[in-house]
Write a protein that binds this ligand. Structure first.
Ligand code: DAH
Length: 344
């Protein structure tokens, strides 16, 4: 009696399970059925718990029946599981299909900017002469940008560079020269450094001006440094950069932080000095500012001017790039048009 009851129960469990397995559309439902029927609290387990009421001599046969039912349900679950997984894989493969006959995506390689090429060239020259390359901050204290370079609050030289202030003490640096003061203050002598970087002035954009451009600062401090060292170094620099047959000329000038100060011209490398459109008929092209470090600057930066001397210089990076690559409008340097950049 009980055996028959169990038998009917098992048949009904099997039948219902097979039906719902057949109807299952995804793996979640399959897993749910597995738990509901075969799980610890599942229907089949409940039947097993009823075994205590079965006569001992019938238990093996009933047990066999339960096991058969379990095996059938497991087989049905596994069959559907395999089918669903296969279908899932097919969907995935279809979505990831690669058409190897399509043309490849174009791979655009960029190009070094003329500024970068020129800067690397300048760095190569000075590193070859034993200089170190150091960087200074683009947002700078008035103290370093002006005061320590001998440009006090009311100095007329401050006028043209009195530009982008963050507040009354902090300015977007107008020159790379503050890197000199910062390097000297470190107190590690001798110094042989160049410091390239971006500078800012409130200039209108035109063929030769931009509110943001780049300079390369240079500084040498040691015992017995003379103007001859300055001349020799900068002449060598110009020859390396523009060609060995270039001539240089130093004109007296004024910079507050150097004394004496000069500007260096190079003979026009286009016409050799005869005068042409490139050098505006002059035969010479102005290239940089320079001079012997002012004793007062040394004092403000904690260096004994009785013991040490030095020279400094400042070059416009764009100016070098424009000259070297014969570019006639500075704005081209900032457009980043790859057709332009590819030419250098
Ligand atoms: N800082 C100067 C400028 O922006 C350029 C310069 C001139 C730098 C003379 C120097 C120097 O180091 O000695 O106009």
């Amino acid at each position: 009696m009980i055996n028959n009851e169990i038998k009917t129960k098992l048949e009904s469990i099997l039948e219902k399970a097979q039906e719902s397995i057949k109807a299952a559309k995804d793996m979640d439902i399959i897993n749910e059925i597995r738990v509901k029927v075969l799980g610890k609290k599942g229907e089949l387990t409940a039947v097993l718990k009823g075994m205590k009421d079965v006569a001992p001599e019938d238990r093996p046969a009933v047990g066999q029946l339960v096991n058969d039912t379990r095996a059938k349900i497991e087989t049905a679950l596994d069959t559907v599981k395999t089918r669903l997984e296969k279908a899932q894989m097919e969907v995935k493969l279809a979505a990831e299909k690669i058409d190897v006959t399509l043309p490849a995506r174009k791979y655009n390689i960029g190009h070094s900017h003329p500024n970068t090429i020129a800067l690397e060239e300048v760095e190569r020259i000075f590193i070859g002469m034993g200089y170190e390359v150091v960087e200074g901050p683009e947002i700078e204290y008035d103290l370093y940008n002006f005061e320590k370079l001998n440009i006090p609050a009311n100095h007329p030289a401050k006028d043209e560079q009195d530009t982008f202030y963050i507040n009354s003490d902090i300015v977007l640096r107008t020159q790379t020269s503050p890197a000199q003061a910062r390097e000297m203050e470190k107190g590690k002598l001798p110094i042989r450094m160049i410091s390239p970087g971006r500078v800012f002035r409130s200039d209108e954009v035109d063929a030769t001006h931009s509110p943001s451009f780049h300079q390369i600062e240079g500084l040498v401090v040691d015992e017995h440094i003379t103007f001859a060292d300055l001349k020799g170094t900068l002449q060598e620099f110009a020859r390396e950069l523009f060609g060995s047959d270039i001539k240089t000329k130093f004109r007296p000038h004024h910079f507050p932080f150097t004394e004496p100060s000069a500007e260096m011209d190079v003979s026009c490398f286009k016409c050799g000095g005869k005068g042409c459109r490139f050098c505006k008929g002059e035969g010479w092209i102005e290239i940089l500012g320079c001079g012997m470090v002012h004793p007062h600057v040394f004092e403000m930066c904690g260096i004994d001017p009785e013991k040490y001397t030095g020279f400094a210089f400042g070059v416009g990076l764009e100016r070098i790039a424009l000259l070297k690559y014969e570019i006639d409008d500075m704005r081209l340097l900032y457009e980043n048009d790859i057709r332009f950049l590819n030419q250098f």
